[in-house]
Design a protein around this ligand. Sequence first.
Ligand code: SF4
Length: 349
Amino acid sequence: MIGGTLKKNIKNYDLEKLKEELKLIGEKPFRAEQIFKWIYQDKVESFEEMTNLSLDLRKKLQDIYSLGIFKIMRKFESVDGTKKYLFDVQDGQGNLIESVLMKYHHGYTICVSSQIGCKMGCTFCASTGIPFSRNLEPGEITEQLLAIERDSKVKISNIVFMGIGEPLDNFDNVMESIKILNNPKGLNIGARHISISTSGIVPKIYELADKQMQCTLSVSLHSSNNKIRSSMMPINNVYPIEELMKACKYYIEKTNKRISFEYALAKDNNDNLKDAKELAKLLHGMLVHINLIPINKIEGGKYTKSTNENIIRFRDYLNDCGIVTTIRRELGTDISAACGQLRRQNMEG
Ligand code: SF4
């Protein structure tokens, strides 16, 4: 149940929960599979379209549930094919979220938001300044993908939880949404094609490790120095680098999966050779990949982008140390594709 509407969002249930839900309203559980197919494979926008259900059942579903369909408020398309969407989540509160569709040679990837606003306050992020209002429900996470597939007429094969919000701060709902994304009778997106990003909420990294899911974990590191990292990410005051590394090592040991560390390079802040050396020392011997991100300058932000020379020197040093390091391709820079930028512009009029 969301915002001012009394109807429950039917997309909040994975297949097993939907069977239970149908039992509660006096229906046979096998109907759940039919409904699931209509929603996630046929991508219908109304219960009336579920034509293999009786008229009575369609009416009953419509009275009790909503399909949680978003309204597209704005849409921008970059010259490189990246599309950025601003959605009204239709919760009666006027809440807006962003999602980005990116085209890679291996297919389409969507970057989804996990919360409305974010509590983490990273100083390089365009979402900072957007007050946290609430967690997104599982159905609101999956609807981002469905809404974009409906609009763009493409099949999305990869999902990254890197939009607005800290996914591990909305742990249960993110896990529920993954069950739905994952289900072969639902969206059938393999766990290996799903990537969860975190600013470093240590207890949740342990919890995720214990689940032994096949998703990729991406940790925003940005510095191997507590002072610099704390100035970029206040969460570091709660879970400093030593604790974060312990959790990451546990995760690798438990899942036998490589962690991807995100490192946003900002000029004269964390982009010198000295920083690269410290980083190599910190990650020595660990099963990791480093993703360097030339920082996107945000309006009023205090960071500027590193020079190409510094970025390449940083990457080459780490690669020479045997740590696989890549530079993230910049997509959608002409349409403000960094998370939070579009929503912020909309709020500022
Ligand atoms: S970078 Fe991510 S975790 Fe940090 S403030 Fe932005 S949305 Fe939140």
